[in-house]
Design a protein around this ligand. Structure first.
Ligand code: AMP
Length: 393
């Protein structure tokens, strides 16, 4: 297990930070870091990636290219990543040849749903009921166990609702299994490296979904952003509302669970903890993301310190910043289908809307293209979102 450094190295402004991954999370991290006077080099396979557009330099290569990883290590004083599926061999190269304050142990844990759930349970937090599944027979057994009201999920590589199937009494299990096999390529071929390729989870009849973005620095300091309420559409985050409309004791429970997990997993950097809240106020952890998260984007305008600045402070050995909420806020995602009529609605945004676009050329269906932060009362912000034509199918 990676230990906290007793005398953490402080990377002062002027240092160069390497980022593995060139997406919007990297882009917003760089924009925060630039204000503090840092330089950035990004590794991403796609030229002119969102983060590369605002970085000092881009290394264009696949994420699992060890030579490119070495080049990144050489160019940067300190390295971070903006996604969790970092190749293990590349992580080893980076740790050996540069400084990766976050380490790679937590990546290993969060890359696999079962490992992740077991690690969360070990910190004392509650998770959704689950069981591992390896065959169609075991899938039927699991479905029975959860009264045919459950989710089948791949243990690796799933995001934004991908690699997920809904189990209901009407579900055709054989067709589902065939689809799973197609999705996994070949279950048999993967069986050696992935002994537990699938998981079935009981459906939680949640009253709301929430998340906590917690940062822990190389000095051991911990600070969370306020609890966020999240609304998903088709498995993709649609809206984040802060403060979450939950009783204060439930919010305290969620914050305590997130901070315990950060401590229990010896995390350095930023961790997003996604949770379900049940009708009786129980908080169940759904999943973790060991990086800044979509549900924390509102913090750029509405927190004294944004999740991106806090992440940098945590890994650079700086004191963490205040996370006081400056104003109630609603963040709404802009997907590919929402930016088609950008020219039309750009004219009609309220003055209290802050627009973020990630510089992606291709506006594909369901691709995250940007977000809008609404700095008004939650009622006004939700009312405007509801009436706006932007998110109307
Ligand atoms: P995930 O990829 O696990 O974050 O799932 C995406 C979304 O699917 C979640 O944010 C929930 O809205 C829904 N979901 C996933 N698992 C469950 C569950 N066990 N019970 C209820 N809803 C779920």
């Amino acid at each position: 297990m990676q230990q906290l450094q007793t005398e953490p190295h402080v990377f002062l402004p002027g240092s160069t930070i390497g980022i593995l991954g060139g997406g919007q999370l990297g882009r917003m991290t760089i924009l925060a870091g630039r204000a503090l006077g840092y330089r950035f080099v990004v590794l991403d396979p796609v030229a002119d990636a969102p983060a590369a557009q605002v970085a000092d330099r881009q290394i264009i290569a696949p994420y699992d290219n060890r030579t490119a990883a070495r080049e990144l290590a050489e160019a940067a004083d300190v390295i971070t990543y903006e996604f969790e599926n970092v190749d293990a061999a590349v992580a080893a190269v980076l740790e050996r040849e540069s400084v990766v304050p976050q380490g790679s142990a937590l990546l290993h844990t969060t890359q696999h749903r079962l490992r992740e759930k077991r690690a969360i349970q070990a910190t004392g937090a509650a998770v959704t009921e689950f069981c591992a599944v390896r065959s169609e027979r075991e899938l039927v057994d699991a479905a029975e166990k959860f009264q045919w009201d459950a989710f089948l999920k791949t243990t690796t590589g799933g995001y934004d609702g991908k690699g997920q199937w809904r189990i209901t009494p009407e579900a055709d299990v054989s067709a589902m299994w065939a689809d799973v096999l197609a999705h996994l390529g070949s279950l048999a071929a993967k069986a050696d490296s992935e002994p537990e390729p699938l998981i079935v989870e009981r459906r939680v009849p949640f009253v709301c979904e929430i998340s906590v973005v917690v940062a822990r620095s190389t000095r051991g300091e911990i600070r969370s952003l306020p609890v966020v309420e999240n609304i998903h559409r088709n498995g993709i985050l649609h809206q984040s509302i802060v403060p979450a409309r939950i009783p204060p004791e439930v919010a305290l429970k969620a914050l305590a669970a997130a901070e315990n997990i950060a401590l229990g997993l010896n995390m350095v950097g930023t961790l997003a903890v996604e949770m379900f809240v049940t009708a009786d106020g129980e908080v169940l952890v759904n999943e973790l993301a060991p990086r800044p998260h979509n549900s924390g984007h509102w913090s750029i305008e509405a927190s004294v310190t944004s999740q991106f600045e806090q992440h940098l402070r945590a890994i650079l050995g700086l004191p963490l910043g205040d996370t006081t909420l400056l104003t109630p806020v609603v963040m709404v995602n802009l997907l590919g289908q929402h930016v088609e009529r950008l020219d039309h609605w750009l004219e009609r945004l309220p003055t209290w809307a802050k627009l973020h676009l990630y510089g992606k050329a291709d506006a594909k269906q369901n691709r995250k293209m940007g977000h809008i932060t609404l700095l008004n009362s939650i009622e006004q912000a939700l009312d405007w979102t509801e009436k706006s034509a932007i998110w109307t199918p």
